[in-house]
Write a protein that binds this ligand. Structure first.
Ligand SMILES: Cc1ncc(COP(=O)(O)O)c(C=O)c1O
Length: 351
């Protein structure tokens, strides 16, 4: 339950500096204008030109054959897993990845798919030997290992591309398919000044969220080979996720892709500045090596954590996470907001 429910309005227009997530952004006037003016049709008949344009654009950007528009990143991951695996088959997935921890085990509940957790290090990486060691032998005692599911960024950390590529290639050499949860893959691309297609080239399917740093109110796109995406379209229908004149949302995604990708570097710069300043407050226990994109984690003493959140809240600043407080920078957070926030932390710790 939202710890702020019933308290002050958190509508983003009430002066709050909201660091809970990059999902809290409100669409700009121009984005809403794009939604009002876009051509529409019934997407279940494949007749929404705005959705079709988004699917084609994302597939081209990621270097894949086809794309499928979905309402959320969770459904995009779920249809991907349902498309790769059947009942009794298994996905190898990092133990701190969203698919394993935060998607209600949809693939297991709805698809009879087993999830095998792989140990992740501090920066969210899985190890090649662990992946290879987790692939089950082909005998009747074991689930059939079918898919490796990776994530980038993980808790804001950019994954080492050479290592990621080596792991993906090794998995494929052993007959597995590879899915990449790239909810924030644009952040990873911008942070490395890389082409997003290069980050995705060894993955069969990729899920990208447009509702996070890109700023759309909703929308994700799954991309991959045409036959698999066609099958995923059937999975989306099965889950009740086929929508009608949904170009109104796809237009926001298209607008975000056209206008909000390069600006992610400003989010990263602001996060670095915030991290560097808060690092000076030793009680916050910040690991600056983990501040790589738009996300950072605080480690205050447990007896301070609640009082800190409450103090910040009185200053109209909201941070996320309970046990591990988190701060995420996004397009609705300005440099002045960062300065005000640093001051509030210093005041709390009388620093
Ligand atoms: C890494 C990752 N994957 C997937 C998702 C799911 O996205 P959604 O909230 O749109 O279902 C999230 C959401 O925060 C995420 O952080």
């Amino acid at each position: 339950m939202n710890q702020y429910a019933g308290m002050k309005s958190t509508d983003g227009q009430s002066g709050f500096i909201d660091f809970r997530s990059d999902t809290v952004t409100k669409p700009s006037v121009e984005m809403k204008q794009a939604a009002m003016e876009c051509p529409l049709g019934d997407d279940v008949y494949g007749e929404d030109p705005t959705v079709n344009a988004l699917e084609e654009k994302m597939a081209a950007m990621l270097g894949k054959e086809a794309g499928l528009f979905l309402p959320t990143g969770s459904m995009s991951n779920l249809v991907s897993l349902l498309s790769h695996c059947g009942r009794g088959e298994e996905v190898l997935v990092g133990d701190q990845y969203h698919i394993y921890r935060d998607e209600a085990r949809g693939a297991s509940v709805l698809g009879g798919i087993a999830l095998h957790p792989l140990k992740t290090d501090l920066f969210g990486a899985v190890q090649l030997d662990d992946v290879i060691g987790a692939i089950k032998p082909d005998n009747s005692h074991c689930a059939i290992t079918k898919l490796l599911s990776l994530e980038n960024t993980v808790a804001g950390c950019v994954q080492d591309q050479a290592k990621l590529d080596a792991i993906m290639i090794a998995a494929k050499e052993r007959g597995l398919s590879v899915h990449l949860d790239g909810a924030r893959l644009f952040n990873a691309a911008v942070a490395q000044d890389a082409n997003i297609a290069d980050l995705a080239k060894n993955a069969d399917t990729v899920s990208i969220c447009l509702s996070k740093g890109i700023g759309s109110p909703a929308g994700s796109v799954m991309v991959g080979p045409k036959n698999l995406v066609d099958y995923a379209r059937r999975q989306r229908k099965l889950l009740g996720g086929a929508m009608r004149q949904v170009g109104v949302i796809a237009a926001c995604c298209n607008y975000g892709l056209d206008h909000n990708v390069p600006r992610l570097k400003h989010d990263h710069k602001k996060t670095k500045h915030l991290g560097t300043e808060l690092f000076k407050i030793s009680q916050l226990g910040i690991n600056l090596d983990m501040v790589q994109t738009n996300m950072m984690f605080l480690n205050p003493a447990s007896e301070d954590a609640e009082a800190l959140s409450a103090f910040l809240y009185e200053r109209n600043i909201i941070i996320g996470g309970q046990s591990s407080p988190r701060m995420v920078v996004h397009l609705d957070i300005s440099e002045d907001d960062i300065d005000e926030t640093v001051k509030a932390f210093k005041d709390f710790y009388k620093n």
